[in-house]
Design a protein around this ligand. Structure first.
Ligand code: PMP
Length: 407
């Protein structure tokens, strides 16, 4: 299927939330790396589901539940196709965070022994650090930091080579950083880790919206993402695990729907992925995530990517000469730009931008180790999505300039 060429006006018509005022100014939403706005088909999907299709899934045999179950499982297939996975490798979760905790508690907790090592990049979001610290405490395994080169905000493969040893059992790395937009060489990481028998967990929370992901080609052991950064609602996401690994993992949560037989003498569990999906799932969320993926696939993805890259270039050009402003680890073609201004607190800048109707994120971005490595106490992150315009960027640049003049 050939999609019609990228058309920003048509895209924006799909996002009613962009058409609002904040502090009397038209909203410029530049915080999509935190969460994206939602297109009409996704909003409609949720309304339709609760207006006429709501039922529990995998329970009973009436028509509504049968139809909800079929749609729920078709949505799993849509997610699988989207990331190049087989459908039995997809487990529904609340999001990337829950998926990473599931891997830590079900896979790593059984597998790790005292003295084993978990190698984690320094640019990770806390969601890809803390679950490993918890499991390290539970098992006696050791966390090893893969430091980044702070001048380029990139991870160095020669450093990786020196840290990867036969003690390394698991490597945790982001596909794309949520702060700088750095794309990590996950394919090389996976190849090298596998050569020494380590499994690799790739955090795809920021990547799935920016590039076509194929987890099987990449040979990732685990890959996680959240729906809400991909035009779907919050509270739904996916864990991909290689089916043979998932099959060997014990359940994490116990309850309904993940069992074969329950008696007071003992319980037997069903197969993966249902084994990991105890309780009533977020059916509407799963359907809405599939709708979001279909919507996203229906647009010209290459055109969209070029659009975002050109807006990022425009933003960089607009702010690079602002006095005392430093861009942190600029990654050309990424959708984010992080910066700080000497002597000015990041939250003051974000507040002044908000007063001009511009939504950006300030703070540590759930990445304290990265902030420490960069020697800063926080920064402002402008994150661009396919629905932003050149006018948004111009307003953002002039608002940053104005904020600097004021502060
Ligand atoms: N990893 C990265 C790189 C992220 O950007 C985020 C969200 N900020 C997460 C993990 C956690 O995602 P969620 O809060 O949706 O579980």
């Amino acid at each position: 299927m050939t999609n019609s060429p990228f058309n920003i006006d048509a895209i924006r018509r799909d996002f009613p939330s962009l058409d609002q005022h904040v502090h009397g100014q038209p909203l410029v939403y530049l915080d999509s790396a935190a969460t994206s706005q939602k297109p009409l088909p996704v909003i409609q999907c949720i309304t339709d589901y609760y207006s006429g299709a709501n039922a529990n899934v995998h329970r009973g045999s009436h028509s509504l539940t049968a139809s909800a179950t079929n749609r729920f499982e078709a949505a799993r297939q849509t997610v699988a196709d989207f990331i190049g996975a087989s459908v039995n490798g997809i487990v529904w979760t609340r999001g990337a965070t829950e998926a990473l905790n599931l891997i830590a508690q079900s896979y790593a907790r059984q597998m790790l022994k005292e003295g084993d090592e978990i190698l984690i990049s320094e640019m990770e979001h806390h969601a890809n650090i803390v679950p490993w610290q918890i499991v390290a405490e539970q098992t006696g395994a050791k966390i090893v930091k893969w430091p980044l080169d702070p001048t380029r905000c990139q991870l160095d493969m020669s450093v990786f080579d020196s840290l990867l040893t036969s003690r390394t059992k698991l490597v945790a790395v982001a596909h794309i950083s949520n702060v700088t937009g750095t794309r990590n060489p996950v394919e090389t990481v996976i190849e090298k880790a596998h050569a020494l028998g380590a499994v690799v967990v790739v955090d795809g929370a920021q990547a799935v919206v920016h590039e076509s992901v194929n987890v099987e080609k990449m040979d990732a052991d685990f890959y996680v993402f959240s729906g809400h950064k991909l035009f779907a609602p919050a509270g739904i996401g996916a864990l991909y695990g290689k089916p043979d690994i998932l099959e060997k993992m014990p359940p994490w949560h116990g309850g309904g729907k993940m069992v074969d037989n329950v008696s007071f003498e003992g319980t037997t569990y069903t197969t993966s992925p249902a084994k990991f999906e105890a309780g009533t799932p977020n059916v509407a969320g799963a359907l809405a995530l599939a709708e979001a993926i279909n919507w996203f696939n229906s647009i010209d993805r290459n055109g969209a990517e070029q659009h975002v890259a050109s807006l990022q270039a425009e933003l960089v050009e607009g702010i690079r000469n602002i006095e005392d402003l430093s861009i942190i680890g600029l990654q050309q073609g990424a959708s984010v730009v992080a910066f700080h201004i000497d002597g000015v607190h990041h939250s003051d800048i974000a507040t002044l931008l908000d007063q001009q109707g511009i939504a950006v994120r300030s703070g540590q971005h759930c990445a304290h180790p990265l902030m420490d490595a960069l020697g800063i106490n926080g920064c402002v992150r402008v994150s661009i999505a396919i629905y932003n315009t050149s006018d948004d960027i111009k307003r953002c640049v002039s608002a940053i300039q104005k904020a600097c003049d004021l502060l």
